[in-house]
Design a protein around this ligand. Structure first.
Ligand code: ATR
Length: 275
């Protein structure tokens, strides 16, 4: 049986084994998928051991995505742009991919009816999560994309770096500069939700019908979603679908089969609500 795993520290909370087991059952793929705890100073050794034992591929989570990027022999363009790797595939060499941004775009499109082409998109944050989403977002053809960050200089630098990556106008700024602007899609890629905080945004950001999306998820709605609704967002969404879609992209890379994510997402949503 082909072996796969997710590597992180901590890792016990990971939903990836459950998601990939569901994909494998659904598509009739004979594989096993486990959770591997790597010591903080032992990522490369954990990967080498797994590979030597016949492992075929890995998902990589916090805090090892940068190390995985450094370890790969070959990078996909989206992994190179992200500067981080969440998927390794072992063949003659080690291929590094990043499916997070594609997972976001697929979730928006398939589960929220949100076609990014032609939309005014605001991406909040300029850290790893925002960077990982940028290339797939730009490739989806928004009318314009603004990166806004607490530290404005980081947003400006990120916008400059990705200026040539797509045809859409791209700019970077701090939160106060958003005053008076309107967006159709606002994506929270800051770490604020992790500490139950909300980025300090000026009011009136949302156009009619706008969607506010937070990359995090949990039993409780992320506070960003509540704040967005109060500020006039018509629709709000959390990042559970992004989690399932990034897993589906990894599964497709490894197995050449695209799983049906709908039932798997619905099952996770039920389990999360039951908590
Ligand atoms: P990640 O990999 O999750 O993106 P990161 O690379 O450490 O983590 O980046 C964290 C991001 O969340 C940054 O954009 C950070 O803003 P700064 O660059 O100004 O630090 C943002 N962030 C963290 N806490 C925040 C808060 N309370 N309000 C707004 N932005 C916050």
């Amino acid at each position: 049986m082909d072996r796969y795993a997710v590597v992180g520290n901590p890792i016990a909370h990971s939903k990836s084994p459950q998601i990939h087991a569901a994909f494998a059952a659904q598509t009739g793929q004979a594989l096993s998928y486990e959770a591997l705890l790597a010591p903080l100073d032992g990522f490369a050794a954990t990967v080498a051991e797994f590979r030597a034992a016949g492992g075929r591929g890995l998902n990589i989570t916090v805090p090892f995505k940068l190390e995985a990027h450094a370890l790969a022999d070959t990078l996909t363009p989206r992994a190179r742009a992200a500067g981080a790797v969440n998927t390794l595939a072992f063949a003659d060499g080690v291929l590094g991919d990043n499916t997070d941004g594609a997972g976001l775009v697929r979730d928006l499109c398939h589960h929220h009816g949100c076609n990014i082409a032609g939309l005014r998109v605001l991406l909040l944050g300029a850290g790893g999560a925002a960077r990982g989403a940028l290339l797939p977002l730009l490739q989806a053809g928004p009318a314009k994309l603004t990166i806004a960050n607490r530290s404005a200089d980081k947003a400006v630098a990120l916008a400059r770096e990705f200026a040539a990556a797509g045809g859409s106008p791209l700019d970077g700024c701090g939160f106060p500069s958003l005053a008076g602007r309107r967006y159709d899609l606002v994506i929270n890629a800051t770490a604020a939700s992790l500490s139950a905080e909300v980025p300090p945004l000026p009011p009136g950001l949302y156009s009619d019908g706008a969607l506010a999306y937070d990359m995090v998820y949990g039993k409780e709605e992320p506070p960003f979603m509540r704040a967005a609704r109060l500020d006039g967002a018509t629709r709000v969404a959390d990042g559970l679908g992004m989690l399932v879609e990034q897993a589906a992209e990894s599964f497709a890379l490894w197995r050449g089969v695209q799983p049906d994510t709908g039932p798997v997402l619905a099952g996770l949503r039920r389990a999360l609500a039951a908590g």
